[in-house]
Design a protein around this ligand. Structure first.
Ligand code: NAP
Length: 290
């Protein structure tokens, strides 16, 4: 039977660490602040934003929500981001994606100060990840790395296959596995003989966005399988990109959906916001640990 990697438990541990560090920062008069921008009334975005605000409250951060109507003008949105860039009580800025049609998410991300870009989507932060010198990692891939660590499997020297090449998940995911000396293959919708490639994987990360896409015949015996997907099945139930029923019996460790990668994404956002607050207040990691 596969080890079920408990993302909820690992996320709770990360949040507890962040809360403990935040308490120490507060002794120095510093309260990490996260600004969350939501445009329009997409119900999924609303759930994500509420969860992020709740997590902020739990770890002791200040969070401020900026809810704008769907017909918000691009220049208004950019002006808001510029204003938040200037505020010393706001250390992290995130704009919940996707934005309503007509708004340019790339322009918004470019406007966020790289020092406050706690999602790590700004091209300056993306570049830093490529060269391996970064303050923030994108939350979902960073969370996946924590879960792989939790599985007890060493990445170095392993065949790692990532299905998906989005800027948010697939590409940075591959880069993080590479930094840890995995031998990495990235697959996408044009990949030929996908199952042949995925069957080589010691570590398989699925970030496709298709319910139960990865089936048992695509997985090597004893692999570690990380399911990033968040989809609805035919009954409207939340499910991942991995067909848990056929994959679980074959692998050594697997993340469930829900309760796997999802909780980690928010926990890593908390960690990034804490890092941003420390950097902006010139609190060094060493001084801070004393
Ligand atoms: P995305 O931008 O839609 O990217 C999907 C990727 O899957 C693309 O690179 C696409 O290839 C590839 N793909 C699609 N069909 C394929 C096929 N038949 N064979 C092989 N590759 C295929 O999605 P995303 O933003 O990366 O998100 C992926 C999933 O993760 C979604 O379910 C999303 O909801 C979930 N997600 C979860 C979290 C979390 O916190 N748990 C966070 C972010 C995303 P092409 O590039 O060729 O089109």
């Amino acid at each position: 039977m596969a080890k079920i990697i408990d993302g909820k438990a690992v996320a709770a541990r990360v949040r507890a660490e962040v809360a403990a560090e935040t308490a120490k920062l507060k002794e120095q008069g510093i309260v990490p602040g996260l600004a969350v921008i939501i445009v329009g009334d997409d119900p999924a975005s609303r759930v994500y934003v509420n969860n992020k605000k709740k997590a902020c409250a739990e770890v002791g951060f200040k969070s401020e929500e900026f809810a704008l109507p769907a017909d918000t003008d691009q220049s208004e949105l950019i002006a808001l981001v510029k204003c938040l860039n200037e505020r010393s009580d706001i250390n992290g800025i995130l704009c919940q994606l996707p934005l309503p049609k007509g708004l340019d998410d790339k322009a918004v991300i470019k406007t966020i100060s790289p020092a406050k870009d706690v999602d790590a989507f700004h091209e300056e932060n993306v570049g830093k990840i490529m060269v391996g010198e970064y303050d923030f990692l994108p939350c979902t891939p960073a969370g996946v790395m924590e879960l792989i660590k939790e599985s007890g499997v060493e990445v170095a020297g392993k065949e790692c296959v990532v299905i998906g090449r989005s800027n948010i998940v697939g590409k940075p995911m591959a880069m993080l596995l590479l930094h840890q000396n995995g031998t990495v293959t990235i697959c996408h919708s044009k990949t030929a003989n996908l199952a042949e490639v995925t069957r080589r994987a010691d570590i398989l990360v699925a970030a496709v966005g298709k319910a139960k896409f990865v089936t048992g015949d695509m997985v090597k015996e004893g692999a570690v399988v990380i399911d990033v997907g968040m989809n609805r099945d035919e009954n409207g139930k939340l499910c991942g990109d991995v067909d848990f029923a056929s994959v679980e019996p074959k692998c050594a460790a697997i993340t469930p959906v829900p309760g796997g990668v999802g909780p980690m994404t928010i926990a890593m956002l908390m960690r990034n916001t804490l890092t941003a607050a420390k950097r902006q207040n010139q609190v060094s990691d060493e001084a801070y640990e004393k």
